[in-house]
Write a protein that binds this ligand. Structure first.
Ligand code: HEC
Length: 446
């Protein structure tokens, strides 16, 4: 039988699977970025402690380390695999594309990760049990392993945006896939953000030490203010470079939301510059409540919109600019023996080629037309649009409803079907499938 390698549809009403991805991603980023940033910070603190014989810094590192273990590592290790599970359910062929390109990169990343987790335990446990020099070396290896996990995963995530080099499609090689033009700006952007996060978390720890040791608490808050400020500058600098390495579709989508994004980023930059300056000039003003509040602010107002944006900007693709968000392969990748599927779909239709369509729905009749339309709309559109009227994720009915049944069909056939919009995939189907979808959308939009 002639079928396409589809998987069953994972449908999340109202929110859409992309929101689920964004939410898991945002929580994971807070935790994982803190831990990589803290690994660099520890290397710096351990170096200072050893060189200047500052035993009090070890106490701080120990507290910070406990926080990391309980917060970052537990939450990070749950949400890390959680992202890949969510992504596998939401976009099985996208994940399959990543595995087929990067299996060894991933395996290597995992080795680094295991070292990192063992490293953080060892670092805290042995802090007052081994000599300082050995501890310092341990801290350095921990930092290298942490940054290693980041560097490897960033190549994979950047490939999701686009390979960044045309050579990839011809060779299909892992190195062409990995070293696209936006891999390095993306990597340094994240390193900057990690350094900033380590400072933001560092202030929570230092402000909590006020009662026992006021002088040390303030000195550390001040230091963390500098660390955060430095991280913030690095982030902004590389963000501007990063934007210049994005593909055309991403820039189009970015342009559509430019005003809100620019406003959001400027307000955040001002707010946090003020916060970091206060930490440097008036460290006694940074209380634990303020420090925790600012951490939540960066998560909710900074990371969450950022992650949603990254999910959005990739549209219509989900990986390598050959797997569409709706799981259809949209271009040839000769280097991997992958073939564009849009031609076959346009000729035979989803009802024939998707193996998961129930048999009773494979042929459209007046009785099942709306049911077929619903299923097809879910397959083709729900990855980017909530189908519920009150859905929160770019709801389809308010967008398409005003066009009327004929108008929707015409729009699908002549606009979406020809692939003439930068941010929607080319979904070219036989006429009767458009009919069923248009009938369903019109019936729902009423
Ligand atoms: C890969 C993601 C994606 C898929 C799949 C997708 N769309 Fe869209 N669609 C978008 C984006 C992004 C917009 C822009 C929305 C906005 O203006 O906020 C959009 C906008 C629209 C609009 C408004 C007109 C316009 O050009 O802005 C209509 C109508 C529409 N989509 C219909 C559909 C239908 C019908 C399907 C399924 C056959 C579909 N879309 C599948 C991403 C997608």
């Amino acid at each position: 039988m002639d079928l396409l390698g589809f998987y069953p549809l994972f449908y999340v009403p109202h929110f859409g699977s992309a929101w689920l991805m964004g939410l898991t991603g945002a929580i994971h980023i807070m935790a994982s970025h803190t831990s990589v940033g803290a690994a660099l910070l520890f290397a710096f603190l351990a170096y200072k402690a050893q060189k200047e014989n500052r035993t009090d810094l070890y106490d701080y590192m120990k507290r910070y380390g406990m926080f990391l273990l309980i917060f970052s590592y537990v939450i990070g290790s749950i949400t890390g695999p959680g992202i890949w599970y969510t992504a596998t359910a939401a976009s099985p062929r996208g994940i399959s594309a990543l595995i087929h390109n990067f299996v060894w990169v991933w395996a290597t990343e995992w080795v680094f990760f295991v070292y990192e987790v063992l490293g953080v335990f060892a670092l805290i446990y042995f802090i007052d049990k081994i000599d300082r020099k050995t501890h310092l070396k341990l801290t350095y290896t921990f930092a290298i392993a942490s940054v290693g996990t980041l560097a490897l995963i960033i190549g994979i995530i950047s490939f999701m945006m686009w390979p960044g080099t045309d050579a990839y499609y011809a060779t299909g090689s892992a190195s062409d896939a990995f070293f696209g033009i936006n891999t390095f700006p993306h990597m340094f952007l994240r390193i900057g953000f990690m350094i900033m996060m380590s400072g933001i978390i560092g202030m929570i720890i230092s402000s909590a030490m006020r009662k026992e040791n006021k002088a040390l608490s303030e000195e550390l808050t001040q230091k963390m203010g500098w660390v955060s400020l430095l991280g913030g500058f690095v982030t902004v600098f590389f963000f501007m470079w990063y934007v210049n390495t994005l593909p055309l579709n991403a820039l189009t989508l970015l342009g559509m939301q430019k005003d809100t994004i620019v406003m959001n980023r400027i307000i955040l930059a001002i707010l946090f510059s003020v916060y970091f300056s206060i930490a440097i000039i008036k460290p006694q003003w940074v209380t634990r409540t303020l420090a925790i509040t600012m951490m939540l602010v960066i998560g909710i107002v900074g990371v969450w919109p950022g992650e949603k944006l990254r999910e959005t900007m990739r549209k219509p693709w989900v990986a390598g600019q050959y797997v569409y968000s709706d799981q259809i392969i949209g271009r040839d990748v000769p280097g991997k023996g992958i073939k564009d599927e849009t031609g076959r779909l346009s000729e035979k239709g989803l009802l024939k080629l998707d193996p998961w369509i129930p048999d009773r729905l494979r042929t459209i009749t007046p009785e099942n037309k709306l049911e077929v339309g619903k299923l097809l709309t879910r397959i083709a559109c729900s990855n980017c649009h909530s189908l519920e009227k009150d859905g929160v994720y770019r709801p389809l009915m308010p967008l398409a409803g005003p066009m009327g049944e004929e108008g929707i069909k015409d729009y699908m056939k002549n606009v979406i079907g020809t692939g003439s919009i930068a941010y929607m995939p080319k979904i070219s189907l036989p006429d009767e499938e458009y009919d069923a979808m248009a009938a369903y959308i019109a019936s729902q939009a009423k």
